[in-house]
Design a protein around this ligand. Structure first.
Ligand SMILES: CC(C)(COP(=O)(O)OP(=O)(O)OC[C@H]1O[C@@H](n2cnc3c(N)ncnc32)[C@H](O)[C@@H]1OP(=O)(O)O)[C@@H](O)C(=O)NCCC(=O)NCCS
Length: 330
């Protein structure tokens, strides 16, 4: 066990790490509900169904179990590929989520051990990096994660085009034909048609779209309950149809925020003073990425300089401008 992990161990618990199988799913759901405390009778899996239903790519769920088989801690990881604007190749990555430890078992290093094990697994499966979204910066930093990337938020009511834009007829609710927009995205995680199973199962997400039901021209989705309330975290479609759709929603709900990547700013005619800009998430970069000839010019940089130069930060534009849409941010 590394020095960083021994630091957090207070009293020993007889435990073992093993894979979480489908027969452990009830226990996993209970642990996640107790740890994340979703509001209004909702459940963790209502906002993160991917960890229950699985996605189209490989996934691993690990748990710490006590000697009676009770699940004390969990973490999950899925492999994915990301399209990055301006780069023809797809980048293999791992997404980590569903990290939780039951209250009585906290501070024993369980979450850190599980995330480290999943990062090693992702590295062995060829990922360039592992990403996660969390507020426990110190804990993840101790096991090699750093803040990376850039995302901006803006109130839709402040968008310059909203006032002068006409409203359009809108439809509510998931429409399977929206999946087409997920498949043709030029940035973010690459999906396949079978991912519609978990994408459509987000119970708190509000889907809004315009156009022909057989071929919606634009869509947006907001309100993943636990971590993206009141935020438009996905949108897409034909550019001339996106703005009227945003305007229509903004007139009814001006306090919604929209999440944006720097490559989206021109679409929304934003000027910097309107934006709240922050890091996108946390990342652990594996050596296969660092030594890739694509990044040779950065080989002399320190780890933190490398991340903010290659993957960007609110202060630095990225060499590899990577973006994750909300539903992929586990
Ligand atoms: C965060 C969590 C998974 C940590 O589990 P754990 O098994 O106790 O983690 P470890 O023992 O490996 O590490 C504990 C460290 O995390 C820190 N930590 C825990 N919760 C934290 C929080 N909300 N903010 C900041 N740090 C936190 C602890 O202070 C501790 O640091 P220390 O060793 O310097 O005291 C657990 O507290 C939890 O389930 N929280 C609720 C769900 C959640 O927020 N999950 C993470 C989302 S990715």
């Amino acid at each position: 066990m590394s020095e960083s992990l021994t630091k957090s161990v207070s009293k020993p618990i007889n435990s073992q790490i093993r894979e979480i199988t489908d027969s452990d799913l009830i226990a996993l759901g209970e642990l996640l509900d107790q740890s994340f405390i979703p509001k209004g009778g909702s459940h963790y899996f209502d906002d993160f169904p991917v960890w229950k239903l699985r996605c189209s790519s490989e996934m691993k769920r690990l748990g710490v179990f006590d000697s009676s088989g009770v699940l004390l801690a969990s973490a999950s990881c899925r492999l994915a590929q990301v399209r990055v604007v301006g780069i023809p190749e797809r980048t293999p990555i791992a997404i980590i989520g569903a990290v939780a430890t039951s209250e009585a078992a906290r501070g024993h290093g369980f979450a850190s051990q599980l995330v480290e094990a999943l990062a090693k697994w992702a590295d062995s499966r060829g990922a360039w990096m592992a990403v996660l979204w969390a507020s426990q910066y110190e804990m993840y930093h101790r096991i090699g994660f750093d803040l990376f990337g850039e995302q901006s938020r803006v109130l839709v009511g402040d968008l310059p085009f909203v006032e002068n834009s006409l409203t359009v007829p809108i439809h509510h609710g998931w429409n399977p034909n929206l999946m087409r927009h997920f498949l043709i995205r030029t940035e973010g995680v690459v999906h396949s048609a079978s991912d519609s199973e978990w994408i459509s199962k987000h119970k708190n997400v509000q889907w809004i779209w315009s156009g022909d039901p057989e071929r919606p021209s634009a869509f947006l989705a907001y309100n993943r309950g636990i971590d993206l309330p009141e935020m438009i975290h996905e949108w897409g479609g034909q550019r001339d149809a996106i703005k009227p759709l945003i305007s229509t929603v903004a007139k009814a709900q001006p306090n919604l925020q929209i999440l944006l990547h720097p490559c989206h700013k021109w679409i929304l005619e934003l000027t910097p003073y309107q934006l709240h800009t922050e890091h996108l998430g946390m990342v652990k970069v594996f050596s296969r990425m660092k030594t890739n000839p694509l990044f040779a010019q950065f080989s002399r940089l320190s780890d933190s300089e490398w991340i903010s130069t290659v993957l960007g930060s609110p202060e630095n534009s990225a060499f590899l401008p990577i973006w994750f849409w909300g539903l992929d941010c586990a």
